[in-house]
Design a protein around this ligand. Sequence first.
Ligand SMILES: CC(C)(COP(=O)(O)OP(=O)(O)OC[C@H]1O[C@@H](n2cnc3c(N)ncnc32)[C@H](O)[C@@H]1OP(=O)(O)O)[C@@H](O)C(=O)NCCC(=O)NCCS
Length: 129
Amino acid sequence: MKEEFQQKIEQSETRIFKAVFPSDTNHYHTMFGGMAMQLMDEVAFIAATRFTRKVVVTVSSDRIDFKMPIPAGSIIELIARVVKIGRTSLDVKVDIFVENMYAEERHKAISGTFTFVALDENKKPCSIL
Ligand SMILES: CC(C)(COP(=O)(O)OP(=O)(O)OC[C@H]1O[C@@H](n2cnc3c(N)ncnc32)[C@H](O)[C@@H]1OP(=O)(O)O)[C@@H](O)C(=O)NCCC(=O)NCCS
């Protein structure tokens, strides 16, 4: 990644915290995967928007790894960071860390990468820079 982008990447890194309540969970009392993916797309979208300051849409998500379950009653932190810059597209990696509410315990639970495309006023791909 070129050095000129490093500052923009740092500035656009986006973090969201959320308490995982029973209404966020599945039949197994762990966070529902679809809800995790929605939050990941949202925080990645915010990072992509803050990096480009243009209209962006999600075009793809390569792969999402669910490494650890997230129990109800946890705190999660999502961290989104631009990891690849193309001409009209950019990739944003999202990690979700899970924390125990009542202990100093933190693990990476989910990771995934989302690709966004910048669109012009005619809804056509345009340069992200
Ligand atoms: C985004 C959209 C306008 C792109 O149209 P397109 O004809 O595929 O555009 P292009 O082929 O010119 O590709 C544009 C860029 O996207 C990238 N791209 C396109 N499809 C991709 C895919 N499946 N995965 C990763 N990158 C992709 C291309 O590599 C290119 O990147 P670059 O300019 O950095 O090299 C179109 O696919 C679209 O409208 N999709 C729906 C988006 C949407 O509604 N998202 C919300 C989710 S419901």
